[in-house]
Design a protein around this ligand. Structure first.
Ligand code: HEC
Ligand code: HEC
Length: 232
């Protein structure tokens, strides 16, 4: 009887402990946004702003991950996490992996010892090394290149969520762009006006409302209309 109870209690303590792991309490991504984004650009690929005050987080992560010297490869992420946890408490010119020119340009990072706990730092660092990897960067660059290569009209359609309701060749919430093209084939201007003011009841196939896009500039409307009229 006593043995049974002891086992039960041991089991309970174990479950309680494993539910209580420090990093599970912390959302690394959110903390990174709260505590680091004021200086480090979190975009991937980075925006490369001119008035940058710190290296982009992507560069920091890939850089630190490459530069730490673990005893064996499997310990690399552990070593990199330890580096970050220590660095944000006590940054120094000696510890930084940034080259001299970079350090002179930005100046030393201030210590965040007062505002970030070790557990929070660990969660942040784990997120950094899982999110900002060479592989993810290549994927992001590829996606960005694909996006950059799109026709301007399609970029405007994407930005304004036209494609949330329209497809090129099939009806969705609204009629397909090909059907719209047929209707407005002879008047680009009427098409522009229709996008700008929205519509209701023009299409039997859809009972929903087409919202007005009055916020678009004349140039954007022109580019969109041209794009729709040349789709095939
Ligand atoms: C007030 C601005 C500021 C904030 C906030 C800030 N940093 Fe930095 N950080 C810098 C600057 C400037 C550098 C470059 C100089 C240096 O290495 O100290 C840097 C460098 C670093 C480096 C070293 C990079 C290397 O290559 O050696 C790490 C790691 C780092 N930051 C992580 C973080 C993390 C994680 C946070 C959020 C918890 C954060 N930083 C918040 C300004 C900041
Ligand atoms: C919330 C869904 C929604 C979004 C977002 C949306 N549309 Fe529509 N669109 C519709 C619906 C529904 C209709 C059909 C309305 C009707 O029957 O008059 C429509 C109709 C149209 C028409 C035809 C209007 C007419 O007079 O025949 C054009 C042109 C059009 N949309 C272009 C666009 C463009 C360009 C965008 C992005 C800037 C866009 N739509 C975004 C739902 C949407």
């Amino acid at each position: 009887m006593i043995l049974k109870y002891t086992l039960l209690i041991t089991a309970l303590i174990f479950t309680a402990c494993s539910n209580n792991e420090p990093t599970k309490k912390h959302d690394g991504k959110k903390l990174l946004e709260q505590k680091c984004a004021s200086c480090h650009d979190l975009n991937m690929p980075p925006l490369l702003l001119e008035n940058e005050v710190a290296p982009p987080m992507m560069s920091v992560s890939i850089h630190v991950f490459d530069f730490v010297k673990p005893k064996d490869e499997s310990g690399r992420i552990y070593e990199a996490v330890e580096f970050v946890v220590d660095y944000i408490k006590e940054p120094s010119f000696e510890k930084s992996f940034c080259d001299k020119g970079t350090l002179e340009k930005y100046g030393l990072m201030p210590s965040l010892k007062e505002s970030v706990t070790d557990d929070e730092a660990k969660a942040i660092a784990k997120y950094m090394f899982n999110n900002y990897t060479q592989k993810r960067l290549s994927e992001a660059m590829e996606a960005k290149m694909k996006y950059d290569a799109l026709p301007e009209g399609e970029k405007i359609a994407l930005k304004n969520n036209c494609l949330g309701c329209h497809r090129v060749d099939k009806d969705l919430v609204g009629p397909s762009f090909i059907k719209i093209q047929n209707k407005f084939a002879t008047s680009q201007n009427a098409l522009k006006q229709s996008i700008k003011h929205g519509s209701k009841g023009e299409w039997e196939s859809s009972r929903a409302v087409m919202p007005a896009f009055g916020q678009l500039t004349n140039e954007e409307l022109e580019t969109l209309a041209k794009w729709i009229l040349t789709l095939h």
